[in-house]
Design a protein around this ligand. Structure first.
Ligand SMILES: [Zn+2]
Length: 214
């Protein structure tokens, strides 16, 4: 999380365990996901460095054991050029970083629709019905929640294609009720189930840029 949130993050850890934080894995290199690393490494934690950044896509799958915990890292390209799915087979928890959100629209701009769908497929392969899936933002989820997101994402791209989005203005696309109702499905269980209008506009613009302006 961001440095400003390190204190609340530590407090959340303390509600679960008295043990020290010994290892940190980052799903990608954005500051709201690794900005508080220093606070934990100052207390003795080791941040596991995985090759690759959002600017430099050199990530490979690997698995290793840290203390008693097996960790499997899967390299994917979706939200950034170097996203990692981090899976702990012991407790059966899968961290997806910003390749999956439950209270926001997809931000799939590095890998395009193909990368987003490949990432979801990889996660569905890793997870079973009991896996806790941790999104980058929003409440915890599971395989079912990820499949809701997958369907909404496919419908979003299909509707954009049906509207010939590349030839339309952002305002014309914003006026489409079908598109708007699909976007609401990304806000899983959130009330109100609507994106802020500014964010919705940007989501449309970025989708067109990434997928429909070739
Ligand atoms: Zn991010």
């Amino acid at each position: 999380m961001l440095p400003a949130h390190a204190t609340s993050l530590k407090a959340a850890v303390r509600q679960i365990t008295d043990k020290p934080v010994t290892y940190i894995f980052n799903t990608h290199d954005h500051s709201d996901h690794m900005g508080s690393n220093d606070v934990f490494t100052a207390d003795g934690a080791t941040a596991i460095q995985v090759e690759g950044t959002s600017e430099n896509d050199e990530v490979a799958d690997f698995s290793a054991t840290y203390g008693s915990a097996e960790v499997r890292i899967y390299a994917v390209v979706s939200h950034t050029k170097a996203d990692r799915l981090v899976f702990l087979p012991g407790p059966n928890v899968l961290f997806m970083g910003d390749t999956f959100t439950t209270d926001w629209h997809p931000t799939f701009y590095a890998g395009g629709a193909e990368g987003q769908l490949a990432t979801i497929a990889a996660a569905l392969e890793i997870a079973d019905d009991d896996t806790v899936i941790v999104p980058g933002h929003g409440p915890l989820s599971d395989r079912q929640g990820l499949m809701v997101y997958q369907k909404a994402f496919k419908d979003w791209i299909d509707r954009m294609a049906a509207l010939d989005a590349g030839s339309k203005s952002t305002d014309q696309l914003r006026a489409d009720a079908g598109l708007r109702s699909i976007a609401a499905r990304f806000m899983q269980g959130q009330r109100p189930a609507e994106l802020p209008e500014q964010a919705y506009r940007r989501f449309i613009e970025r989708t067109v840029t990434v997928e429909f302006s070739k």
